[in-house]
Design a protein around this ligand. Structure first.
Ligand code: NAD
Length: 243
């Protein structure tokens, strides 16, 4: 029997991309909900909830999934740090795949950046640049946040090391900072560059998304993977076997 999925945030850009891609991957959309709809009423008929809605909805989605014993694929971004901590605890009680980016290429970029940041020492200045469409509500993107986490972990730096844009008399760049730059405009689906710049050379690792379908296909693949799995918080690296 086809896996039954519930899409939360169905009227949005991602919700529509998910509904369009599901049949090709053999998945059945049994419910398509948006703001104001009754999630708890629709959940019993599905196997997996796929949520690409609003960060304000995440805790509710996880709680409803838990009370009905359902798996969740969570794509929504834009949560605060403290909020993420408590959501992670909640998500670990059900089978849940949570990823700031469901594309296969980006997940490989995560692995490559981890490797590069480990090999290239602090004399290679690391900066993360992202660009998204003019409608995106949060910054930096969830993907940029993950890239930053990878670099900070490799460099043993805390979040205080982050420099969000620079303006005015900032002084010379130090070894213990990581720059973050969020560009917004037009219809850009999602570009991410990690730059390692030393005196004499520069390495740039770039991923460019040109079709939202890559995230939808990745999230649907994650739904197939997580259904029936034991409770735990997983990410796309688990789904793709990149760990
Ligand atoms: P969007 O604004 O086009 O769509 C969001 C939809 O969610 C809207 O239809 C809105 O009405 C609905 N919504 C808002 N609050 C809701 C609630 N409480 N319950 C149910 N539905 C609700 O946004 P989008 O571009 O489709 O992106 C949605 C989210 O997914 C954003 O957080 C975005 O950053 C994230 N995103 C993640 C990935 C990924 O790979 N993880 C990729 C693209 C987008």
């Amino acid at each position: 029997m086809a896996l039954r999925i519930l899409i939360n945030g169905s009227k949005g850009r991602m919700g529509q991309a998910l509904a369009a891609a599901a049949p090709d991957l053999g998945l059945k959309v049994v419910a398509a909900l948006d703001a104001g709809d009754d999630l708890a009423a629709a959940v019993p008929g599905c196997d997996v909830i796929i949520d690409f809605s609003s960060p304000a909805a995440t805790a509710h989605v996880l709680k409803v999934a838990r009370s009905h014993g359902k798996a969740v694929v969570l794509g929504t971004t834009g949560h605060g740090e403290a909020e993420k901590k408590s959501l992670r605890r909640l998500a670990a009680k059900i089978p849940c795949v949570w990823a700031g980016n469901f594309s296969v290429g980006v997940n490989l970029l995560f692995a490559l950046v981890d490797r590069a940041a480990g090999i290239l020492g602090p004399d290679y200045d690391a900066e993360v640049i992202e660009m998204h469409h003019r409608f995106k509500k949060d910054a930096p993107s969830g993907t940029a946040e993950r890239l930053l986490e990878i670099i900070l972990t490799q460099r043993r730096l805390g979040r205080k090391a982050l420099r969000h844009g620079r303006a005015g008399l900032t002084g010379a760049r130090t070894d213990s900072e990581v720059g973050v730059h969020a560009l917004r405009g037009g219809d850009v689906i999602g570009d991410h560059t990690v730059l390692f710049a030393a005196l004499g050379e520069r390495l740039e690792l770039t991923h460019k998304a040109s079709d939202r379908a890559i995230f939808a296909r990745g999230a649907l693949r994650a739904a197939g993977w997580v259904a029936g799995r034991k409770p735990g918080l997983y990410d796309m690296q688990d789904v793709l076997g990149l760990k």
